[in-house]
Design a binder for this molecule. Structure first.
Ligand SMILES: Cc1ncc(COP(=O)(O)O)c(C=O)c1O
Length: 376
């Protein structure tokens, strides 16, 4: 939980606060053909499969860049030019998958619900029954736009029953919220180094069902985003096709050692859940309201409705908290004015409590009586 005192705590969806050990793991240089680096890369890929219990069914294909690069690479590699996707949208990241398919020239339809409303698996089943041309379903596990936890197990069930292919954007959930490949049938899941696994940004990855990826030769619309090619090359000699993000991978390996030492998924989920409960209780005590009811809230990032007190000014609130060492995040909602506070990264309840103290002081300074939002 240590970060240098001069860095603010990042209570955001990412980049996130990383531990000192993770930062220190980058204090070396590696050549891309260095045997030690190749072994680190192999272990990282294997550990990512282990987290999803996917060692026997899937392969891990990493790609340089942020999470969106992994999403774009996976969709382009897995969905053939003749395919058609159904995208389940309840926030910006579902919408972004549509934009990615526009660029890639793949056909798709959408099923959109409000940002505070999960998709209904029964309706997904109906859409699949009504349109035989749909080959792939794209879903977001935790939609970080609001922090909502979508019912991925139930969606996976209906997609499997309809014999379609499920691709999950689990960017902000992977490693902290259960996604067990032995129980949840998915063909691909995408995530990145700098969310719940607490590495540094710069690496995306996908866990892809091996039997599916083996049939994806020639699908991709871009060489650098061709995960079939990336996979075959890496299986061949253990190396990356193009310059690997060596320092990011070294940091990721360290972050994952810390992850397993801290109890793996159960440990991470417990810490984030405690952070989330503490934050929500503290904010409610100040009059703030969460967008989501507790049963839909993932312990990742929390959306709070904007207070109605005219003395509240978000930009001032943000800057004053930053001055006190806490970076929060603006809202991204269309349903209500809001802001977000994340509870992931190398932070614990002590940092959340300190942030709550800072929020109280800032509200007092601004002359805001309490955080109650305007009535809906
Ligand atoms: C669910 C989800 N998908 C995709 C992304 C995009 O990741 P990046 O910003 O790293 O490209 C994010 C980022 O927060 C996300 O939360």
């Amino acid at each position: 939980m240590t970060a240098p005192q001069q860095d603010p705590w990042l209570l955001t969806p990412g980049p996130l606060t990383t531990s000192m050990a993770t930062k220190q793991a980058m204090l070396h240089d590696w050549g891309s053909r260095d045997a030690a680096f190749i072994e680190t890369n192999r272990v990282v890929r294997q550990n990512l499969l282990k987290i999803a219990h996917a060692e026997n069914t899937h392969v891990c294909v990493p790609v340089q860049g942020s999470g969106t690069f992994a999403v774009e690479a996976t969709l382009g590699t897995l969905i053939p030019k003749s395919g058609k996707a159904l995208i389940l949208i309840n926030g910006a990241y579902g919408t972004r998958m549509g934009k990615i398919l526009d660029y890639a020239g793949r056909a798709y339809v959408t099923y959109e619900t409000l940002e505070d409303t999960p998709p209904d698996p029964a309706h997904v089943a109906k859409l699949l029954a009504d349109d035989e041309a749909i080959t792939h379903v794209l879903a977001v596990h935790c939609e970080t736009t609001s922090g909502i936890l979508n019912p991925i197990a139930k969606i996976a069930d209906v997609v499997a029953k309809a014999e379609r292919s499920l691709i999950i954007d689990a960017m902000s959930a992977f490693g902290a919220i259960v996604l067990d490949a032995r129980r949840i049938p998915f063909d691909a899941v995408m995530a990145s180094s700098n969310k719940c696994l607490e590495g540094v940004p710069g690496l995306g990855f996908a866990l892809i069902r091996k039997s599916v990826l083996d049939g994806c030769k020639g699908n991709a619309h871009a060489l650098s985003l061709d995960l079939y090619d990336q996979y075959k090359a890496m299986e061949g000699n253990g190396q990356w096709r193009f310059t690997p993000p060596t320092h990011v991978i070294a940091a990721f390996a360290s972050a994952m050692d810390q992850y397993f030492a801290d109890g793996g998924l159960a440990g991470r989920n417990a810490r984030y859940s405690e952070n989330c409960r503490t934050l929500v209780a503290g904010m409610r005590a100040l009059g703030f309201e969460t967008l989501l009811p507790d049963e839909l809230q993932a312990p990742i990032i929390i959306t709070f409705k904007m207070p109605k007190d005219p003395a509240f000014n978000f930009d001032l609130f943000y800057d004053s908290l930053k001055d006190r060492g806490y970076v929060i995040y603006p809202g991204k909602l269309t349903v209500a004015p809001s802001f977000r506070i994340g509870c992931i990264g190398a932070i614990g309840v002590a940092e959340i409590n300190d942030a709550l103290d800072a929020i109280k002081v800032v509200l007092d300074t601004m002359g805001v009586a309490d955080g109650h939002p305007a009535a809906a």
